[in-house]
Design a protein around this ligand. Sequence first.
Ligand code: FES
Ligand SMILES: [Fe+2]
Length: 343
Amino acid sequence: MERYLKHCWYMAAWANEIGENGLTREILGRPMYFYRLESGKLNAIVDRCPHRFAPLSCGTRKGDNLVCGYHGLTFAPDGHCVHNPFSDKIPVGANITTFAVEKRDEIVWMWGGKPEEADPSLIPPFPFVPDAPNWRTVTGYTLMQANYEYGTDNLMDLSHIEFVHKGTFAGDGVIFAGKHEVIQEGDTLHSNWWMPNIPPPSMAQGRVAEDAIVDHWFDMQWYAPATMRLFVGACPHGEPREAGFAVPFAHILTPANDHETHYFWSSSRDHDTDSPEVDGFLKQLFGEAFDKEDKPIIEAAYKNVRGKDFWQEKPLSLGIDQGGTRARRMLETLIKREQVQDA
Ligand code: FES
Ligand SMILES: [Fe+2]
C-alpha cells in the first residue's frame, strides 16, 4: 500500500460534478462521498458504514445526517454516529472518518490529513478556471489505470508531444530545437520549454500572421503531490512575452488508489467565449489527446512495472525527464519529512 502525502490538497472534483445527490469517488484508496449540507457547505466522508460496510451514499438523508440504507445507523456530518435504531446506546467505534473540503476556483479540494490540520492557504491557485466576461474554460476528466506519478512523468516531460500527440498537437519537431530547464521554487517545480525563432505553432493560428516567426513556450508548474498548471504561449520573435499571448491549462492528478489516477484537465481562452461550437471542438481535441493518446501509452507503460518499485527498475535518464524525476524525488522527501514529524 502506497503512502500518500497528507499535508496537501487533492483535487476531488470539478465543483459542478457535485449535484443534489452528491458524488462518490475513490480517493487515496478510500471510497469517498462528497455532498452538500443544507447550508450549501460541502462535506466529505468515507463512504463506508462501520457496521457491514454499506456505502452511506446509498442511504437517505435526515437533515444534514446520513442514514445508512442497510440497518439505519445515522451519522452526523462530522462522522459521529448519532442514532442506533436497535438501542439507545451508540456502539463503540461507530464513527466514520471525514476530510476537510474547500471549494476554490470551481475546484473541490480535499485535505489529505486530519481535518483540523487543513490549511486553505496551501491550495494551489487556479484563478483562470472560473468563467468570467470574455473568459471561458472547458474542463474534462478521465480515470487512468496507472499510478499518479507516471502521470506526473508524462506532464513534466512534454517532449512526448512529438511522439504521442501525432494526431493532435505534435509540432514538427520544434521541441527538439528548444531549450528545457527545470527550476525549483520552494516546494514547487517548473519544467519549462523555450522554443525561439520558429514558425507559428497551431495554437497561434489567427493570432499572428501565417508567415510570422515567433518564440514559443511551455511552462509547466508542479505542486506536490501532482497538481500542475501549464501555460502555453507565443510572442513575436525577439519581443517580450507580454507582446504575445499565453493560454493556461490545469492538469491535476489525484490518486484513486495505488494503481488508478483521476486526471482532471482544463483549457481556458479569451476568444469565442460564447461559442458552444468552440467549447465542443476543444473538448473533443483535448479529450482525444488525453484519452486516446496519453492515457493508452501511460497505462501500457505502467502495466509493465505495476507493483514494482520505480527506482529499482533502473529507468534510463534522457535529461528531458528531469522534471518528472525531480518531482518524484521532491515528493519522496516531503513524504519522509511527514513520517519524521508523525513519528
Ligand atoms: S451496514 Fe450500515 S447500519 Fe448496517
Ligand atoms: Fe500528453
